[in-house]
Design a protein around this ligand. Structure first.
Ligand SMILES: Cc1ncc(COP(=O)(O)O)c(C=O)c1O
Length: 390
């Protein structure tokens, strides 16, 4: 099923079969991990599609085929990390260009815009895309790209992909959606008008917290050709072994995501009733301002929850230290549950005043709800609340 698309098969089937046919020689149902860095040519320029490990690798091809199929894209490209994928996409631009970006993005993405691309002459405006008027106002004559995360990290804002895509199209600027939090199981930005989808495969796509990786998917042949050039020229490609791990993780992605969503719903509902919780941010709750939009553009609200614990930094810290099942750790989307403090951990690279404006305060805790028994998870959170009470 190397070339099957999501128009032909459901995602549960594509996740297992897309990108790779059983090996014609041995019948192996899993792709070999091809470590070779170079490929013998019959004569100069006469090769079998592979020349050098940075420009192409059979294990990476299998992964890229599966990634493209799951996202409903024509082209998939794999990278050494989500940040590498982001930097590659931004290299589509030139000095002097301007990007309209959602105001709530992963701290590392903000850092790429602010510290890496700005010195090269790329400008970015960060706007709350919950209001499409803000998006329209942010365009300048130099705007060449629009970037968003939805649900965003860590405030889980839901932005209207189709609405922003229409504005972007009217200005001739492609829309990039970082789909890491939603996964292609819950959201298909390309169907809603996005030109490019970006992922940190480190998260749900791999799902087992044992490989750092990134991906870019598109239906646009010209963008894909340029991205393929940049992937090779910049060189931040994943190792064949990591490609294998992510491909293996993808096979269970639909099943895992269904359980992440089911458990996160239970945890979010219980948190909302808890007396030590000031606010729960979860798109599956009716209290979330983006709830109706999430119901429209997503197939489920995801496995991430942010909440404000009543009290100060000391109490948030006591809460996190007391947990025994949730690991106090950065990252998300693995089988194991994680809890973290965005202001100190994942979003420390966002300036304090921006964090305050976004609502990333001392009491904000972000949960990645894993696949453990949900009652065990809840008992663990109760342990945290007891420690925060002192
Ligand atoms: C939404 C989002 N995008 C991109 C990244 C960057 O990915 P990586 O850590 O694989 O470089 C992250 C990392 O946490 C993320 O949460």
């Amino acid at each position: 099923m190397a070339d099957r698309t999501h128009a032909q098969y459901a995602q549960d089937t594509l996740a297992i079969h897309a990108g790779y046919e059983p090996d014609p020689v041995t019948g192996a149902v899993m792709p070999p991990i091809v470590l070779s860095t170079t490929f013998a040519q019959e004569g100069p320029g006469q090769h079998k599609g592979f020349e050098y490990g940075r420009s192409g690798n059979p294990t990476r091809n299998a992964l890229e085929g599966c990634l493209a199929a799951l996202e409903g894209a024509k082209h998939g490209l794999a990278y050494a990390s989500g940040c590498a994928a982001t930097v590659n996409v931004l290299h589509l631009l030139s000095p002097g260009d301007h990007v309209v970006c959602g105001d709530d993005v992963y701290g590392g993405t903000f850092r790429i815009f602010d510290r890496i691309m700005k010195p090269f002459g790329l400008q970015a405006s960060f706007v709350d895309m919950s209001d499409l008027g803000n998006v329209k106002k942010a365009f300048t004559a130099k705007t060449k790209l629009v970037w968003m995360e939805t649900p965003s990290n860590p405030m889980l804002k839901i932005f209207d992909i189709a609405g922003v895509a229409e504005i972007a199209r009217a200005h001739g600027a492609p829309l990039v959606v970082d789909n890491t939090f939603a996964t292609p199981i819950l959201q298909h930005p390309l169907d809603l008008g996005a030109a490019i989808v970006v992922h940190s495969t480190t998260k749900y796509l791999n799902g087992h917290s044992d490989a750092v990786g990134g991906a870019v998917m598109t239906r646009d042949d010209a963008l894909a050709e340029r991205l393929r050039y940049l992937q090779n020229a910049i060189g931040a490609v994943p190792s064949p072994f990591d490609c294998y791990l992510v491909l293996r993780g993808l096979k269970t992605l639909p099943v895992r995501v269904r359980q992440h969503v089911a458990s996160a719903r239970v945890v979010a509902e219980r948190l909302e009733k808890h007396p030590q919780v000031a606010r729960v941010i979860y798109p599956g709750l009716a209290s979330h301002p983006g709830h109706a939009l999430a119901n429209r553009q997503m197939k489920g609200p995801g496995g991430m929850i942010s909440f404000d614990l009543k009290g100060d930094l000391g109490q948030a810290s006591a809460f996190l230290k007391a947990l025994r099942i949730f690991a106090c750790a950065e990252s998300l989307g693995g089988v194991e549950s994680l809890a973290e403090h965005p202001a100190i951990m994942t979003h420390a690279s966002i300036p304090a005043e921006n964090r305050r404006a976004l609502g990333i305060g001392d009491g904000l805790i972000r949960l990645s709800v894993g696949l453990e028994d949900v009652d065990d998870l809840w008992a663990d959170l109760e342990r945290g609340f007891a420690a925060a009470r002192g």
